[in-house]
Design a protein. Sequence first.
Length: 329
Amino acid sequence: MTTSSLERVQRLPRDLALIALAIQAGVAVAGIGAQLIWSPYAEDMRRLYTTARALVPMLSSAVMNWAFAALLAWCFARHALDRHGPAELARPAGARGIFGVVFLLLVLVQGYVLAPLIHQVALSYIQNTAGSIAAAGFVFALSSVLQLVLVALIAWFACWLALQRRSGGSGGDVATSAPAASFPSSPRAVIAWVVGVFFVCLQMLMSSLFQGWIGMQQAPGAGPLVLGWIVAPLVVLALTFWGAWMGAREAAQPRPLRAIASSALAFVLLQLVCIAIAIAWMLWVLRPGHVNDIVGPAVGLAVIYVVLMVMLTRSTVGWLYRASRLRPQ
């Protein structure tokens, strides 16, 4: 493998992420365009998409799904190269084409076969439970999680097919001993971006679940929608990026799957801590003689959430990457 071909292989994670992003965006835009033009309900759909209540969450959720797919494609591809080495790929020249074709076919299957099936099952379950709000919220949450799991499986399977290892082991090429990757930016920045983007995806998933549970009873204006669906994710991205940046200062390699694990662990711990604080506050409120005050505790919980977000991302990243130095992959 020559130096130029080795550099081309090392750009595979970035290229596969861009391919995943383009396919997800293209399929989504084509689907929305078909709804707005050829659907029997096209007039109603056009009227719906002109309202901020539908447009802002839809755009925000779409961007989150695209970023999630691109992030996972990059992480799986980077992990494969780090594990096997660029010179061990069976089809390095055709990896982009294989990934694109497989990813596109599976995304179409998800969008036009599995998603309608999940929707029909969800509607049947809601009808069988007399259409209660609790049942609708549960089904909405489960279907949203299933959609993200399907995206993750699609990205993994497409990367696995495109980046399969060559049979027979090392080919004896001089480039085989080359490093698995060379990063134009520091591993610290790569880790911070992976942790931040994945954390935002999890945060927006939880926000969409909460919105689906209670949103049918409320009609917020454009300002709160922009604040909740656009500004808040950007703030979360900045805070988690900062926390991961501080935690990854001694990391020698990005190890993207470890960065995803750090982000998921920080998110779960943050939710558990906040739930415990909320329960303690409710018990405090229910005590006899307490004067009801909602604004103060809500502001306090928001501040605690922000501080813990930075602290937990820093701690989980530092802990998992210290463990990777003690026990290399």
